[in-house]
Write a protein that binds this ligand. Structure first.
Ligand SMILES: *Cc1c(COP(=O)(O)O)cnc(C)c1O
Length: 467
């Protein structure tokens, strides 16, 4: 008897099962105790402790290291008082899905398999939330950054023709993309990667209500066209990372349609405000008119990292921008090489995992109503934090709270030092930003575990540091 063909699988499945159950129990215990497990600084000897020398270690030792020191060194965004940057808080049900997905080990780049239908079901749900037509296209991505590249690449192929896939940038006129001043850096990065350079991004100033000024946008486009520059896309922001602002998407869609320019919306977290109660849901009115939308499932609905999506209204344009089928990727009429929808035709990855399952499990289990409550609660909590910041001595509300982001001035105190203090104490995680050129503490609340008490406690702790 030989173990050829099995030597990377367990030899004793009963023992493996016992170890796996222990691992699962440790994970569940951590999830249940999450309120008492804020971010902790990484110990100095941690990097050395995980170095690999190529020698095998016993499974129980590897599992113990994973569920012990490694699991303890997380980002901390599973904690109810984590509001730094824009980090999702994670859903236990999706941990189960990750286990199933890893077991299947599906390569969802193409071929005839059920995983494709699961991803299409998730995309169809996203089209519904956006209000897009059912025949719209889309693909799950690693996040909004990647989705932005896919969206703008599709816009470019539709504008200049798919020959550009062969001929590249040579012979193209200079292009411009227009975005609000508070728009995310991933759009500039997309333009760098696409070869246009970040100088092809024009930032349009806001009106007094923190939305991109449509008149200034029109003027910029008209002036550019007059000097031979071709507008590639208008990028609307649904939920700005700095202050949670939403552009007037209807106004941008009117301009885009009138001037025949692609409208892309960065809706990384703000997409989900479509599920919130009024008045917040109306912030993203007009979202359904976008040619493309980039969004994250790993932020506001808490699907574990990484999970984003690119939605594109024109399915043919989407496919034409990416499809590539050399002989080794030919479809067949029957067998595993069948199936009429291969996701490798819609993005840059050929091999890709089954991230759709954790999104599918999250949506199937919780449904829109539960997400709606969590998202609406977060907006109320940001408003509460804003009210406390306005009325607590020593701090000021930096700018009115629009959605789920609250920015706080701390006159006489460095916000970065205060943020670090609260993080190191395990009290709460704020990050920092600037409003009107002044540094501030910033909370972007996309956390389904946060309660009003957490907001009160964090502001009380901040107040104590300012006293
Ligand atoms: C997080 C974020 C991005 C980038 O998304 P990733 O998923 O991190 O790539 C882009 N835009 C906004 C508004 C964001 O909040």
């Amino acid at each position: 008897m030989t173990d050829e063909g099995h030597h990377l699988d367990p030899t004793d499945w009963d023992d493996f099962s016992e170890q796996m159950h222990g691992l699962l129990d440790a994970c569940l215990a951590r999830m249940e105790a999450t309120r008492s497990l804020p971010w902790r600084p990484v110990p100095d000897d941690f990097a050395d402790s995980v170095a690999l020398d190529g020698a095998p270690q016993a499974l129980d030792a590897v599992f113990a290291r994973m569920t012990g020191p490694i699991m303890a060194q997380a980002t901390g965004n599973t904690h109810p008082r984590f509001w730094g940057w824009v980090h999702g808080s994670g859903l236990p049900v999706s941990v189960g899905a990750e286990l199933v997905a890893a077991t299947m080990n599906a390569n969802t780049g193409g071929r005839w398999q059920g995983a494709t239908d699961v991803e299409r079901a998730v995309l169809s749900y996203l089209h519904d939330v956006a209000g897009m037509a059912p025949e719209a296209s889309g693909i799950l991505t690693g996040g909004t950054s990647q989705a932005t590249i896919l969206a703008l690449t599709t816009a470019r192929a539709r504008l200049f023709g798919t020959d550009i896939r062969r001929t590249g940038l040579a012979g193209l006129p200079p292009v411009r993309v227009y975005i609000a001043e508070g728009g995310h850096s991933c759009v500039a990065k997309a333009l760098e990667i696409m070869g246009h350079g970040s100088d092809s991004l024009t930032r349009i100033p806001p009106t007094a209500d923190q939305r991109m000024d449509p008149a200034a946008l029109q003027r910029a486009i008209t002036a550019d066209r007059a000097r031979g520059i071709t507008p590639l896309a208008i990028v609307g922001t649904a939920g700005s990372v700095g202050i949670g602002a939403f552009d007037d998407l209807d106004a941008l869609a009117d301009i885009a349609r009138h001037l025949s320019i692609w409208l892309h919306v960065d809706a990384a977290f703000g997409f989900w405000i479509r599920l919130a109660e009024a008045p917040w849901r109306d912030l993203a009115r007009g979202l359904h008119r976008a040619d493309s939308i980039a969004l994250d499932l790993h932020k506001w609905i808490g699907v574990p990292y990484a999970c984003g999506a690119c939605l594109i209204a024109d399915a043919a344009a989407h496919r034409a921008a990416f499809t590539a089928r050399p002989d080794y990727l030919a479809s067949a009429a029957e067998g595993l090489a069948g199936g009429d929808h291969w996701f490798c035709d819609y993005g840059m990855d050929l091999s890709r995992g089954f991230a759709a399952l954790k999104a599918w499990a999250a949506i199937a289990t919780h449904g829109s109503a539960a997400f709606s409550r969590a998202i609406t609660d977060n907006c109320r909590q940001a408003a509460l934090m804003g009210e406390l910041a306005r009325t607590t001595p020593g701090m000021d509300l930096a700018t009115p709270v629009i959605s789920n982001v609250c920015c706080i001035f701390t006159p006489g105190h460095d916000p970065a030092a205060l943020a670090a203090r609260l993080q190191l104490d395990g009290t709460a995680v704020f990050s920092t930003g600037t409003v009107d050129g002044r540094p501030c503490l910033r909370a972007a609340i996309v956390n389904h575990r946060t309660t009003g008490d957490d907001i009160h406690a964090a502001i009380a702790a901040l107040s104590a540091l300012l006293a």
